[in-house]
Ligand binder design. Structure first.
Ligand SMILES: Cc1cc2nc3c(=O)[nH]c(=O)nc-3n(C[C@H](O)[C@H](O)[C@H](O)COP(=O)(O)O)c2cc1C
Length: 205
């Protein structure tokens, strides 16, 4: 700790806080979120401020920027109370990246990036047919977070997983085979990590 450099968060430029957080909290799983507006406009976009929070009940969380514009995903999930999480793997990582383009609201990212949309089996939100696995989620809470004295800059969503859809090729019963899944995580900036290369086991004491 002698060589630690300390940054008070309140003294940091916004961009530097972002760079430190996203450089240190790695790799982050990517929630590739499928949603639709109340009148059925489909949307797909990746969010790496994403994670699973607990399993009983199974809950996932992700956050979406709402300033200077409310991103389409945030508007849709607030309207319909439903979303899907499409697991990003080596097979779909390029399409995931393409779907991050800031398309106008009326553009269907599934069509724009050449993916097939399939309706959720239990929630009103589209899934990526090409995904190896998807989670169908129902919103139960969202919270707006704001910097001191400012307006909300992002909205955190909490969703309960209502259904898991998983390609049998990556399953052994209810166990997921990591080397077959080939999930991808996000590092800082344009960096990504595989979950297979360099993976190792550690037995608990
Ligand atoms: C890997 C990756 C992770 C991202 N994570 C986030 C995130 O956590 N929060 C966010 O607001 N935007 C994030 N973005 C940017 C959004 O995907 C992008 O703004 C997208 O156009 C939003 O789409 P929408 O307006 O259709 O919801 C990320 C982009 C990429 C490529």
């Amino acid at each position: 700790m002698e060589s630690w450099k300390t940054f008070a968060a309140s003294d940091l430029e916004v961009v530097d806080a972002y760079k430190l957080l996203t450089g240190l909290v790695v790799p982050r799983p990517i929630g590739w979120i499928g949603s639709q507006s109340a009148d059925g406009n489909r949307n797909l976009a990746p969010f790496s401020f994403f994670n699973a929070l607990g399993h009983n009940p199974p809950v996932v969380t992700f956050s979406v920027g709402v300033s200077p514009r409310v991103k389409d995903t945030a508007a849709n999930v607030a309207e319909t109370g439903a979303f899907t999480v499409n697991i990003v793997t080596m097979e779909t990582v390029e399409a995931m990246n393409a779907s991050a383009e800031e398309f106008p609201s009326e553009i269907d990212e599934f069509e724009a990036v050449g993916l097939t949309a399939v309706p959720g089996t239990v929630v009103d939100a589209p899934m990526v047919a090409e995904a190896t696995a998807t989670l169908e989620c129902r919103l139960f809470e969202s919270i707006d977070l704001a910097p001191d004295g400012g307006d909300a800059s992002y909205r955190v969503f909490f969703g309960r997983v209502e259904a898991f859809n998983i390609d049998e090729r990556v399953l052994d019963g209810t166990r997921v085979l990591a080397p077959e899944l080939k999930a991808v995580g996000r590092l800082a900036g344009s960096g990504y990590a595989t979950t297979t290369d360099g993976a190792f086991d550690l037995q608990r004491p």
